[in-house]
Every structure is written in structure tokens, then in C-alpha cells.
Design a protein around this ligand. Structure first.
Ligand code: ME8
Length: 517
């Protein structure tokens, strides 16, 4: 039977500068979902990349005295490097300066013009340059840009417009009849009530005030509005062509999930569906507007001087500690907070104590009491059942959480089993069993149950903590990759090594302070 396909994307990051840990969170989140789906047997296509056009980038390049292309080449390779440092398994890294993408964007524009959805007019409005957005008076907050809080200026230009208004009723209908389309639900309500129902105005989709963009074919002094250029990355790079799309496109589209941040849900659930309808295409199945990661409970921003970068964190704590922290700390609908103190505490309690110690103690006891060869002697007591039942219930529990995109809660389920396993050691006290010669088989059964628990948890951890999971399998020296308790394994030649060293908080904080001087 053919595997079921799963096409997942992240937002494409602006190449305006090095991405901070907040932007990086998104690729790790999408990576965890992509890896999970692969583990579940799906044929996964995972796309990420960079959004490289726009006035802001043109200005930044000028400031630096380089061409826009030189500027974006540099930043795009930095972004890709960080995605790789985070051990993310994307299948394709796309760039909006890719010639094929640019050509198809032009064709898309032409097609929309030909079918009457794009028309020429004049734009008068209030413009925020950093956000590259026009706003209406009523959208402003205290007279300033509602997104970034900066000053807006009045602007007037000849422009092309997309007939967004035409699709208003269709969009309301669609969103109301597809309750899963926008996740979490709070965002769906926000879109409907604050943006769509009050009325959709036609959208300005071309600019003449700068050059760094995709030129409009039929009117070369215009460049295509960055959001039309950016959103279409999800189809151009898998072979969409208004003159006839590739088989690849037919296989992957519609996307199963767009993973994006809460600030750009508006673009993905209002503009994007209408663009797709105009092209006669299906809508993505789901758009997940994840919450934000804050540092010291504040929005991350370079200008605020509180930007923390993923590669620095990985240097300090290792990739899986960082992945674990961001995935766990932003459960689903609420913003998460990152501080060095919290990261150290979380690493120590969950990774060093709960996970690392369990693996280390169990393998060490197996080596000490049984020369490293452990099989299931089936000398069971009641206390075993609770643990084994928990191990066998884990697959379903993780699946339930992952289906709801509650990645942090899926991790909690795994750690509940690890915590239960530590408690099982306290209850069964292997060190006292070891003193009684007639309890040898009982002791071996206890260690066997623990090894199986660790193995099954390592299996489930793989999408989230890939390297750690591989390392645990290596230490257990076991091939069995099943996700349930197996009664018939043999554990031998195991080597315990420290998975996560306990971090001395004061020392680490000093080290961080020094490195920032
Ligand atoms: O918005 N925590 O690019 P971008 C979590 N180019 N996520 C965050 C975040 C934070 N503190 N800050 C930003 C763009 N993000 C467009 C996208 S898609 C067709 C075009 C998220 O580089 C943000 O919400 O500003 C977005 O999903 C992603 O990082 C890239 O942001």
C-alpha cells in the first residue's frame, strides 16, 4: 500500500538578519512534527526557507554597502546553518530569489490579472516601512503600527489590487465549516471576528517605491507585494505552474500543515486562501499559529538587546537540551519564556535527573549484578503491571497529543513514564534484592522491565531528542525498535555513559556572563 503523504512547511524567515531563538523555535517545532510523522510511516515532505525580497532588505543592504543579493546570500546561509545546528530534517530549503520561484510568481500575477482578480488602481494609505504593511486609520494602535508600534507615514502610489473583498463570504463560510483549519481555536475566532467579518478590503499587491522584488511582467516598474511573493513559496517550489503543474505538485498539494507564528496567521488564513481560490487550487488542510517564545518574559528583538541565538545556546547546553526546552516550554496556545536560569533548571531536573540518571543507574545495575546480560525472568509482582501498562499506553497518549499539535504535552507523557520508572526503582529497591540470593530472578525481572521502559521511551523521544535517543539505543546496545513492551529481548554489552551532565548553575551563569563581555 502507498504510504500516506504529509506535506509540512514553516514560514520562510526574513533575511533581514540572523534569526534569534524565537524564529528558531519554529523550525524545531516543525521538525518534531515532521520526524514524528515519518516515524508513524508517513511519506513526509518538509519545506522551509527564506523570504528575501522587500524594501527593508533593500535598505539594509544599502546600509552595509552591498547589493541586496549579496546581503541575502549571506543571511540565508546563516539561517540554513542555524537550522542545521538545530539538527532539523527539512527536505528542502527554498529561497524567494530562486529564479524558478520568481518566474512562477510572475505567472501567478499574470493569471490573476487575466482572470480579473487583480486590477490596476491607486493606493493611498498609512504605511509602516519595517513591517512593509499598509494600515487603515482604524487598525492603528495609538496612531502607530499595530504590529511593531512604530510610526506610520502617509503614502500614495499607483498600484495593482487583488479582489479580496470578492472572497469574504466564501472565506467566512469555509472557516466556519472547517473548524480544524486554523489552530489554536482562539486564533480562528480572532481572525473571524476581528479581521474578516468587519469587512475585507481589496489588497494592494504591487509596489513602485522600491526595486528589490519580483518584477510585474505586464508592468515592469512595479514589483510584486512581498506577501504574494512569499506565500506562494509553498506551491512554486513543489512544481506549481499556471500552465501545467508537475506530478510532484499533484502529489504534495494541498499542504497538510503550515507551521507559522501567531503574528502571521492573518496572512495565512485570509490572503493565502483567497490567492489559492483565485488560482483554482485547494486550501492547505491546517494552519497552526504557534505562540511565541519570550526572553525574560519580553518580546525578543535585536533592538531590545535581548536577542538570544540558538547556536550560542547549543554551544553552552548542547542541541537536545535546547530542543527540549523550547518544545516543552511552549506547550500549545500560550507564549513560553526563556531565561538561562530556567534552561539550566529544566536541563538538570528533566534531562540530567529524570532521564540521564535513570539510564545510567539501570545500565550500571545490570552490569554490576548480571555482568551486563539481562533477560526477562518473568518473576512478576503487582507493582510491575502499572509500569508495563504505562509503557504500553504511551504510543496512544503521544499520538493524541501530537494530533492536537500539543508537542510539549506529548513530551510530558514520555517523561511521566520516565518518572514512573524512577519511582519503580524506589519501590522495588534492586540493591536490597541483590542481597538476597533467592531474589536473583526477581531482580533480573525488575531490571528487565526498566530497560524496556527506557527503550520504549527512547523510541518515543526520537522525533524530539534525536541524538539522545540514538545515544540511548547505542548504550542499550539493542536493535529492537518497537514501540511497546517486548517480553523477549536480551540486553547485553551495555555501556553506561553520562547523557546530560548536571550543570552547576552559578558556574554556568558566570561562564555566560564572561562570554557576553
Ligand atoms: O514573518 N517566538 O518572517 P520572520 C516564536 N517572512 N516564533 C517567532 C518569534 C518568537 N519570538 N518571532 C518570530 C516572516 N517568530 C515572513 C514569513 S511566510 C510565507 C513569510 C516566527 O523572519 C514568526 O511568527 O519575521 C514567523 O512564523 C517566523 O518566526 C519567521 O518570522
Amino acid at each position: 500500500m502507498d504510504k500516506k503523504k504529509y506535506y509540512i512547511t514553516t514560514a520562510i524567515a526574513y533575511t533581514s538578519g540572523k534569526p534569534h531563538i524565537g524564529n528558531t523555535y519554529e523550525i524545531v517545532l516543525a521538525d518534531a512534527i515532521a520526524r514524528y510523522k515519518r516515524q508513524k510511516g508517513y511519506d513526509v515532505y518538509f519545506q522551509t526557507g527564506t523570504d528575501e525580497h522587500g524594501e527593508k532588505i533593500e535598505l539594509k543592504a544599502k546600509e552595509k554597502g552591498v547589493t541586496p543579493k549579496e546581503f541575502v546570500d549571506n543571511v540565508a546561509s546563516e539561517i540554513k546553518r542555524i537550522w542545521d545546528v538545530m539538527n532539523t530534517s527539512y527536505d528542502k530549503f527554498v529561497r524567494t530569489t530562486d529564479p524558478n520561484h520568481e518566474r512562477i510568481v510572475q505567472k501567478i500575477f499574470d493569471k490573476m490579472y487575466e482572470n480579473g482578480d487583480i486590477y490596476k488602481g491607486e493606493y493611498k494609505g498609512l504605511y509602516c516601512t519595517p513591517c512593509e504593511s499598509f494600515w487603515t486609520e482604524s487598525q492603528l494602535v495609538d496612531g502607530k503600527c499595530p504590529d511593531c508600534g512604530r510610526e506610520v507615514e502617509e503614502k500614495k502610489e499607483e498600484a495593482y489590487f487583488f479582489r479580496l473583498s470578492k472572497y469574504q463570504d466564501k472565506l467566512v463560510n469555509y472557516i466556519e465549516n472547517h473548524p480544524d483549519f486554523i489552530q489554536p481555536e482562539s486564533r480562528k475566532n480572532e481572525m473571524l471576528n476581528n479581521f474578516i467579518k468587519p469587512g475585507l478590503q481589496d489588497l494592494c499587491v504591487s509596489r513602485t517605491s522600491f526595486d528589490w522584488g519580483v518584477q510585474v511582467d505586464i508592468d515592469p516598474k512595479h514589483v510584486v507585494y512581498v506577501w504574494l511573493d512569499a506565500l506562494t513559496n509553498y506551491i512554486t517550489n513543489i512544481g506549481y505552474d499556471p500552465d501545467g503543474s508537475s506530478d510532484e505538485f499533484k502529489k504534495w498539494w494541498p499542504a497538510d500543515l503550515h507551521v507559522i507564528g501567531k503574528d502571521i496567521v492573518r496572512f495565512h488564513t485570509i490572503y493565502w486562501p483567497c490567492f489559492l481560490w483565485s488560482l483554482g487550487l485547494e486550501l492547505p488542510k491546517k494552519v497552526f499559529g504557534h505562540p511565541w517564545l519570550l526572553t525574560n518574559n519580553d518580546k525578543i528583538g535585536k533592538s531590545r538587546g535581548n536577542a538570544i541565538y540558538a547556536d550560542d545556546l547549543v554551544g553552552l547546553f548542547g542541541v537536545d537540551a535546547v530542543r527540549y526546552y523550547v518544545l516543552h516550554e511552549i506547550p500549545y496556545a500560550n507564549d513560553g519564556n526563556l531565561t538561562y536560569e530556567l534552561l539550566i533548571e529544566r536541563t538538570n531536573t528533566d534531562l540530567a535527573n529524570t532521564l540521564g540518571n535513570l539510564v545510567n543507574r539501570t545500565i550500571s545495575m545490570a552490569n554490576k549484578y548480571f555482568d551486563g546480560v539481562v533477560t526477562n525472568k518473568n518473576v512478576n509482582e503487582n507493582v510491575d503491571n502499572e509500569l508495563i501498562n504505562m509503557i504500553n499506553a504511551l504510543d496512544k497518549k503521544v499520538e493524541d497529543k501530537m494530533d492536537k499539535l500539543e508537542i510539549g504535552f506529548a513530551l510530558d507523557e514520555i517523561f511521566d513514564v520516565l518518572r514512573r520508572s524512577n519511582k519503580y526503582i524506589d519501590e522495588t529497591t534492586p540493591w536490597s534484592l541483590a542481597k538476597e540470593s533467592d531474589k536473583k530472578d526477581r531482580l533480573e525481572t525488575v531490571l528487565y522491565n526498566l530497560l524496556e521502559s527506557i527503550r520504549v521511551c527512547a523510541y518515543h523521544l526520537r522525533p524530539f531528542l534525536t541524538k539522545t535517543s540514538d545515544e540511548i539505543f547505542k548504550q542499550l546496545n539493542i536493535k529492537d525498535d518497537s514501540n511497546f513492551f517486548n517480553k523477549n529481548n536480551t540486553y547485553q554489552d551495555m555501556k553506561p555513559e553520562v547523557l546530560f551532565a548536571r550543570i552547576d548553575k552559578e558556574k554556568k551563569l558566570k561562564e555566560i556572563e564572561e562570554s557576553q563581555k
